[in-house]
Design a protein around this ligand. Structure first.
Ligand SMILES: Nc1ncnc2c1ncn2[C@@H]1O[C@H](COP(=O)(O)OP(=O)(O)OP(=O)(O)O)[C@@H](O)[C@H]1O
Length: 504
């Protein structure tokens, strides 16, 4: 049968969702053909995750919604029925157990191969794990612990597990921002995996904030704005500008707004710093300067901010405004005027169980409590000001932080640290999961902070972000600086090439 004549793999119709009186999805319909990659894009809070969570049966849709998988009606809101239909999800956190091996992770929830007397047959189990990864064109040491794998390898394991657990035929694979912190080189490897899966006729729903990925990978794209589907288009009918306009209804100002830097005194200095991955690092960041750090996974880029701030053990000297910062002393780091916006927002950035106001004011509680106790009015006023400055989209300041979309949580985290008026600002993946408009806003805020004389260090897997933001970028490989680019030399292509060990 011609694939185009087959029923859509997934046909979602009239999905609406109301949370506590606020409607966040309005009659959204979407279909995915066999072998199609269908991208779902929209600004933070536009409703992408809610739609996926409804499909997964995590949230119940408002009455009137329906879902057909391969032409057969399925009950939305019933995770088992959707699972039986062969719909699988790879969520952003991947749902793997880091301390277990690849073999164990692939067996979890699926069952171990057993031999005589019910004993686990490790040989068969290992072979099955290898076969599952080979089916998506991937080879990793299946005995390795998941925590020792590269991000793209972990994503491959999560995809292999999703495919493996499909009894019968797999129909739809949902990938929710699978490239959030992947440098470009690893993204390309992931695309090869996705292409192998689509060739098997699986329909893929791909959520991403990286629009260049949408054009490289997807056949069609659906755009959500404030919970409404504003367009579903073939990617070949659109260009990036057109897609941005659909998402934002206007122009996003991505231009740099920083006056030429007049470098000041060194505010941050590292000498002979060593960590688990960093072998040796010397570095200075001057007042008013934005210095970037690029590098593939394992290069040392991912640990640098935590080493400096004191969240991970290190050797070597770190000084802030000339004063020594001992290792593992985050409190002293704060007292010396250092702030860190961490990469892992869910683990290190937000405090679940607290609301938006409490999260926003967390770093400045002492200052707020200067009149012996915190005055509720000051508390609300400061949180409101952070929220406005960062354009946080939240139902109210009293909403639980978990109820905000990922990008809006990130803005609260950045806002609370900027509120401390730091001298040195460490940013680890500052716009991870943030939409293009909010990303441009955050970049402007960073320009602004640097213009006021703060020394900014940005570690990012997004090389284009480093080009946009930085005066200078160091490229790490195997724990050492292999290149440094200055001013106009800071170009995405050069950073990617040098990170990979190719000549720039
Ligand atoms: N459990 C919840 N309770 C109340 N409101 C919620 C809940 N989950 C999501 N929302 C609201 O629904 C809207 C859509 O959020 P959703 O997480 O679906 O957006 P998103 O498009 O996935 O955003 P992002 O790109 O930032 O992840 C937001 O306004 C959010 O605050």
């Amino acid at each position: 049968m011609n694939p185009d004549q087959r029923a859509p793999r997934l046909d979602l119709r009239a999905v609406s969702k109301t949370f506590g009186g606020t409607r966040v999805l309005h009659d959204v319909s979407l279909d995915i053909a066999p072998g199609e990659v269908h991208a779902l894009v929209g600004q933070n809070g536009s409703g992408k995750s809610t739609l996926i969570k409804i499909l997964a049966g995590f949230h119940e849709a408002d009455p009137g919604a329906s879902a057909l998988v391969d032409g057969r009606p399925r009950s939305l809101g019933d995770p088992d029925d959707i699972h039986d239909a062969g719909v699988r999800f790879v969520h952003q956190d991947l749902g793997l157990v880091p301390a277990l091996s690849v073999v164990d992770n692939l067996a979890l929830g699926h069952g171990y191969a057993r031999g005589m007397g019910g004993r686990i047959n490790w040989r068969r189990q290992t072979a099955a794990a290898e076969a599952a990864l080979r089916a998506i064109g991937y080879e990793v040491d299946v005995r390795a612990l998941v925590e020792d794998l590269q991000p793209v390898e972990r994503t491959a394991v999560a995809i292999a597990r999703a495919l493996q657990s499909a009894q019968g035929e797999m129909s739809v694979l949902v990938l929710d921002e699978p490239t959030a912190t992947m440098p470009k080189a690893e993204v390309q490897r992931l695309f090869e995996i996705i292409n192998t899966v689509r060739q098997q006729g699986v329909g893929i729903l791909y959520v991403s904030h990286h629009l260049e990925e949408v054009f490289e990978l997807a056949d069609r794209v659906t755009v959500l704005v404030d919970g409404h589907r504003v367009a579903t288009k073939r990617c070949s009918e659109l260009d990036q500008r057109g897609l941005v306009d659909l998402m934002t209804g206007g122009v996003v100002d991505e231009a740099r707004q920083r006056s030429t830097t007049v470098p000041g005194e060194p505010l941050l200095a590292l000498r002979g710093v060593r960590g688990a991955e960093i072998v040796e690092l010397d570095l200075q960041v001057l007042a008013g300067e934005v210095v970037g750090v690029a590098g593939i996974t394992g290069s040392g880029r991912e640990e640098l901010c935590s080493l400096i701030f004191g969240a991970k053990p290190r050797e070597g000297r770190v000084t802030v405004r000339g004063r020594e910062l001992p290792a593992l002393r985050p409190h002293t780091a704060c007292a010396l005027g250092m702030a860190l916006v961490p990469a892992n927002r869910l683990r290190d950035g937000i405090v679940s169980g607290l609301n938006v106001r409490e999260n926003a004011n967390l770093t400045t509680v002492r200052r707020l409590a200067r009149h012996v106790r915190i005055r509720p009015r000051d508390d609300r006023r400061q949180a409101a000001s952070i929220s406005t400055k960062m354009s946080v989209k939240a139902p109210s300041l009293e909403s639980p932080i978990e109820s905000l979309s990922g990008g809006n949580q990130q803005k609260v985290v950045l806002g609370k640290w900027l509120q401390t008026d730091p001298h040195v600002l460490l940013l680890d993946e500052p716009t991870q999961g943030v939409d293009i408009k909010a990303k441009a806003e955050i970049h402007h805020l960073i320009d602004d902070v640097a213009s006021k004389g703060v020394a900014v260090l940005v570690c990012s897997s997004d090389e284009a972000e480093l080009e946009r933001l930085c005066d200078r970028v160091l490229v790490l490989r195997h724990g050492r600086v292999v290149s440094e680019f200055n001013g106009a030399e800071v170009q995405t292509r050069r950073l990617v090439h040098t990170s990979l060990g190719l000549t720039s």
